[in-house]
Structures are given as structure tokens and as C-alpha cells.
Design a protein around this ligand. Sequence first.
Ligand SMILES: [Zn+2]
Length: 433
Amino acid sequence: MIIKNVDLDGQLTDVRLADGLIAEIDDNLTGLNMIDGHGGALIPGLHDHHIHLNGTAAAMNSVRCGPPEVTAAAKLIEVLNKPGSGWLRGVGYHHSVAGEIDRAWLDEHGPDRPIRIQHRGGRLWILNSLAMNELELSEPNNGRFYDADLHIRKTSSFPDLRPLIQKLLSWGITGVTEVTPSNSIAEFNHYLKNTAPLRVTVMGKAALSDLGHNQVGPLKLHYHDHDLPELDNLATEINAAHNRGRNVAAHCVTRAELMLTLAAIEQAGPLAGDRIEHAAIADEAAIDWMKKLDMIVVTQPNFIAERVDAYVEDVEPHDLPHLWRLKSFQDVGLKLAAGSDAPFGDPNPWKAMAAAVSRPSGFENEAISPETALALYTKPVNDAGAPARQIAVGEQADICLLDCNWADARRDLAVVNVRATWIGGELVYHLVD
Ligand SMILES: [Zn+2]
């Protein structure tokens, strides 16, 4: 296939794809199978380095219960009571909406359907009485379930991923890293079977190490402030993964989570490719330490835009400058990549890139250029720490074509449309025009 008239580094040219690769870049290429790029920028296909696919697919069939869509109790009651039947699944709840709601609150204000609402932190589900009956749960009496994901999911099978994958392709996404901590063999097989044509890496439990499959990603370490492991135990767990040649990827949102993880990785000895997920709060000491250990940081540029009001309210003022840093990471040469953390963040990478370039008032110091923002989403499938992929002869033809040239796109990445997406040279998405 030949893609005519594309913008490459400010020049109009043609690109030929063959055998899954970018085979030729030259002016005036001709052949049988041609598509007109109309002067749009041709860029590497995007990779979401941190996404929860099942959760995101389920969220597409869920009601939004928190900011920015829902900010008050009256609005929450309204969205819950929209017509519908069967299970009602809510996501993104935050206590700023209606306080610490519980089973009794949902029974009083919600419809006569089994309801489960997820707090946007991801750990808390709130169920009404019908939902608890359906799942044969009697405790806790207030219907607030922490870390009970598997329990609640027991009755439901995996969601249909197709609508989500179509959406991702339409944004120019050609690959994802699935990062859910509970991923085991069943989930791994589900993702391999149901994510085509995306390129996918699946991180998760230690059990995945046994598969020896090249799409198995790092061991996911997922500990929280309220029950952090002993340093020695964590170092032992990391060491065990490393001994099998497997990297670790550690969820680190708070200062304590990050500091403990870095100490444990230092004790075990870092392995090139180890990842820190989020690094939501990182002071200068933490940045130096991550750099010294050669960590890859996988950040979410979208959160600072999506959650700014709550951060200003909830985060200690002295920590506000340490929130979701980008430029400081970049300046010290930390290996950096990005992902949406959908369904907890918006899965649209263009909004996230725009948020990395134009940060909310008070957080502008950490803004980065559009080119740097793009590079966070164009790392290789299996190595978020490597340099960004390029449009060059011999590269895999995982690419996307924008509806405008890059000079226009970089002015506001949030409004960019993707005209077409290719994976391994196959056209997998094409905007009807
Ligand atoms: Zn996550």
C-alpha cells in the first residue's frame, strides 16, 4: 500500500508499506493500492502504556458518578434513576459528590435495580441491598467493599472488548499494556484472544511468569499505604521476579509507596526495564533516586487536568509542586512513558497529550512540548523506556495518519482527529470521509 501526500517533518511525501514494514519513503511513489493522506501528518501508532482493558470496556457501559460530569447529590440521583433494567454499574464516584454514600443511601435514592458504584480510586465498591442479595453477600452491612473486586466480579464474565478496541484504533492507538494486578492465566488468554488487531503486553501476577510468553509483561506490584509490606518481603518478591528474568512494575501513588518501592528495588538490585507506575508525588530526592536506579516512570498526564479541583483541596500544599511531574522527569533524563490508567482516567490519548502541554493554572511548570508529549505514547510495545519509535524505512508499519499537518496539530492536540490507523501494515481503521 502507498500512502500519498503525507506530512513528514514538515515535508510532503509518500510512504510505501510492504511486509508489515515501512518499505519506502519518497516523493511520487506509484502503485496499485493507494490512499491519499491529504497532507495529514503521518506519525507512529500510539501505545497506551497503562490501561485496564476489562475495566475500561465495562466502564463504557457504566454511568459516570463523579466529577466533572456529576458534582452534586441531586445530579447523582438523576443519573442513577435514568430508565434501564438489570445491573446498574456506576464509576468514578468521589466523596465530594454526596459524601461517604453507602448501601442505605443507594437503597433510598437509587432505582429498584442491583447497583454497584466504584469509587474513582478503584479500591472501593458501594453496593445497594439488591446487589448484595444477588451476590449473596451480607457483610459489610454498610455495603462498602474495599479491595473486593474478585468477589464482586465472580458472577460476571469478561466484558466484550470490541467496542473499546474500535475506539482505541480510531484514536490511532496500535498497542496497549494491560496492567491489572489480578491478571492471571485466564485473563492473559482472554486478552490474547480478544484484543486483535492491537499489539498487547499483559502484566500481572507471578503465575504469568510460568507461561514464558513474549507478551507477558512485568510482575505488577500493587501495595497501598494502609497495608504496605515489610521492606525485606518486598525485596524478596522483586528478587524472585528478577531471577526469572521478569521485570517489576510497581504502583506508587503516595510518597510512602514510592519510597518503600525504591528501597526494595535497591535492595534487590534493579533490573533494566523495571517500572514505577504513576509516581504521582515525587520530590527532588525521589527523582534522583529513580534516576539512580534507572527506573522507567509511566505517568498519566491526563490526571492533573481531570482531577485538579480535588488535588487542590486534598493534597498537602507543600506537595502540590510534586504532583504528576513531567518536565522535571524529562530534564534529569528519566525514562518516561505515559498511559491513560483508564477506566480511572480518560482513555483518549489526544486529551492526555494536550493536558501535558497545557497544564492547569498553578501546575504549568511541569508542562512539556507537543513533540515530547507525543513521544511518551510512541515507545515500543515491550519497552516503555526505549526511545520513541520513528517513521523510517525498516520500522514496523504501526502508524497513524492525522487529519491535519503536524504544525497545525501541535497547536491543540485535544482536537486532532485520526484519519487512518495501520498495524503491521494492515489498515485497521479508516475515517469515512
Ligand atoms: Zn492502573
